[in-house]
Write a protein that binds this ligand. Structure first.
Ligand code: M6R
Length: 600
């Protein structure tokens, strides 16, 4: 969701900025722009649509060593060239890009900018107008920048160019992610390290409300009071090949195929020299000290949390509640005496989850983040972190992060149980190994899933996913996958729940994808399939070996029953992928969606 890049150095900024923006495309956006500064002034290029459209409109002859760039995911005002960033002040002295949402922008406009005509519908434009106003009133640019930030309520990551200063990019952040990258005689700014990996792997984290002066030789960080802050850089442990598609047509397909390897990576990351699963002792103590765990997450990560609840309750014997992050803040349940909060987030940047983290920290509660991105906001701000080791996930539709989250939650449950003296019912390392092999087998049968997608979903308006127990949770994830990338209206339901209302939507030929991987509820789900079939539905049963019946459309390999979500989701991911292809959808960048949802 929105991305920022900036470059100041000796090379042509345009190309570095455009390449950086291309690397941020995965976050989701609907317009993009760059501003580059040279002796003639600041040149702004922006376009609605893709970076490729922006590229076509950038004047190749404009050379510059300094610039900022932005991908916009519309919040205030529709996607358009006018609303695209960068935005400029009235005299065009200042040029600014911004991620986040300025909650009090209307009030600021009323109070400070009476008589100003805004060109765009954005909340961003007021920031650049305020800076210029304060400079016109006699403040230095730095003073104006800081004073403006103090007025802002909400979230922001900002990069600012001053037409009268060739040497500097002014940078600040609050709640929205932003990094500064260090180079030899150049420095960069980026929403995430991937964007600027092309030029450096050395990054400095920025904290909320800090301001940064970036020149080509130096990066100077100040807190909001103006005190200089020193912080060591870290090396971004990203392999450039991890963020390339290679021979795959889409990142989503590549990431689905990576799942067996991710299972193995997770096993080796959490296995100690004695070949036993191990997690940090402080995390174990926090688990054991808590009387109830509150999992907080959004979207796919929420679905992984539902599965995680089963693991932690059944394996480790600790009660768990799972909450949608965006609801939690104003609908907080009565908390137990010793709660532990577990935030599950692929990106570690989801604003809804972060808002809950801030809230529960104020209440003095402990927190653990399970994330794919070391150094992400949720990881930095929680007491503890467990990493997913899934490698960068670029496709908007989350696939390998979901299975990695489930695998890590299973390890958390298993190691916690052992630490409490609960004898494990199975050898998790062995079982996860079997899962990896089963995943491989599924990934090799893509033509089967392509056929299911063609037969059931190529032209349908809607589809249902049903399952009982763990299959219900996987059904929710299957429905989310299908709707987000193919735009088919899809819903996941507990098998027994359809007849309490939703069965009214079943018509002749309505696809109902049913999962049957749980022995205890096998008869129940098959009864539900009969109910919908009797009303004209076109059922597609995906069962597990050992539970299959004659008309089942696909049978997945047998794995430990509690771990079935790790493999039953793969057919659903692949079916969604092929359905989206059949319907000519942009698989990796579905409309209206962003990879990292950094606004509440
Ligand atoms: O980065 P997070 O895991 O916190 O993101 C949460 C959701 O936005 C995310 O899981 C979303 O639902 C997926 N992209 C769907 O595939």
């Amino acid at each position: 969701m929105c991305g920022i890049v900036g470059y100041i150095g000796n090379n042509d900024a345009k190309e570095i900025l455009l390449k950086g923006l291309e690397k941020l495309e995965y976050r989701g956006y609907d317009s993009a722009g760059i501003a580059v500064k040279n002796a003639d002034g600041v040149h702004v290029f922006k376009e609605k649509g893709r970076i490729a459209d922006l590229r076509d409109n950038v004047d190749e002859t404009v050379l510059s060593n300094t610039g900022i760039g932005h991908t916009r995911w519309a919040t205030h005002g529709p996607p358009s060239k006018v609303n695209a960033h960068p935005h400029q002040s009235t005299s065009e002295r200042f040029t600014l890009v911004h991620n986040g949402v300025i909650e009090n922008y209307s009030a600021l406009k009323r109070e400070y900018l009476e008589g100003y005509t805004l060109k765009s519908d954005t909340d961003t434009e007021i920031i650049v107008l305020l800076i210029e106003k304060l400079v016109n009133e006699g403040n230095t640019v730095e003073e104006a920048f800081r004073s403006t930030l103090k007025l802002l309520k909400g979230s922001y990551a900002i990069a600012l160019l001053d037409n009268q200063n060739d040497e500097t990019i002014f940078v600040a952040k609050n709640k929205s992610p932003l990094l500064v990258g260090l180079g030899d005689d150049f420095n960069v700014v980026a929403s995430d390290a991937m964007a600027m990996l092309q030029v450096t792997d050395q990054y400095v984290e920025l904290m909320d409300k800090e301001t940064v002066i970036v020149t080509k030789e130096k990066v100077t960080i100040h807190d909001l009071e103006g005190n200089e802050v020193s912080r060591e850089p870290y090396t971004a442990e990203l392999d450039a090949s991890d963020i390339e598609k290679g021979t795959y047509p889409h990142y989503m397909l590549k990431e689905i195929d990576e799942q067996p390897a991710v299972m193995r990576k997770i096993i080796s990351a959490y296995r100690n020299d004695d070949q036993e699963l191990e997690i940090n002792q402080d995390i174990l103590s926090a688990m054991n000290d808590s009387d109830r765990i509150y999992i907080v997450a959004a979207g796919t990560s929420y679905h992984a949390g539902l599965v995680g609840k089963q693991f932690i309750e059944n394996i480790a014997g600790i009660p768990v509640e799972v909450h949608v992050a965006s609801e939690f803040s104003y609908n907080m349940p009565l908390l137990s005496e010793k709660p532990l909060f577990v935030f599950i987030s692929q990106s570690g940047e989801t604003a809804d989850s972060r808002a809950v983290l801030v809230q529960i920290k104020e209440l003095g509660h402990k927190s653990l983040t399970i994330t794919n991105v070391p150094g992400s906001t949720l990881s930095r701000e929680a007491d503890y972190t467990l990493l997913l080791h899934a490698g960068p996930e670029i496709a908007v539709a989350s696939t390998k992060a979901y299975t990695a989250q489930i695998a890590v939650l299973s390890i958390l449950a298993d190691v916690t149980a052992r630490s409490k003296g609960i004898k494990p019912k199975f050898d998790l390392i062995h079982e996860l190994g079997i899962v990896g092999t089963a995943m491989e087998a599924l990934c090799e049968q893509k033509e089967e899933f392509e056929a299911i997608a063609r037969d059931y979903l190529a032209t349908t308006r809607n589809a249902f996913f049903i399952g009982r127990h763990l299959d219900y949770y996987v059904g929710l994830e299957g429905a989310l996958k299908l709707k987000e990338i193919s735009y088919i209206q899809a819903e996941g339901f507990a098998g027994g729940e359809l007849k309490h209302g939703t069965i009214a939507l079943i018509e002749e030929g309505t696809p109902v994808i049913a999962l049957a991987t749980q022995e205890a509820v096998n008869l129940g789900i098959r009864g539900n399939v009969k109910e919908v079939a009797a009303r004209g539905a076109n059922p597609c049963i995906i069962s597990m070996k050992g539970l299959q019946e004659e008309d089942d459309r696909f049978v997945i390999p047998e794995v430990n029953e509690i771990l079935t979500p790790l493999i039953s989701v793969i057919p659903l991911q692949l079916i969604s992928y092929y359905a989206a292809l059949h319907r000519d959808c942009d698989v990796d960048k579905p409309r209206n969606l962003a990879k990292s949802v950094t606004v509440e």
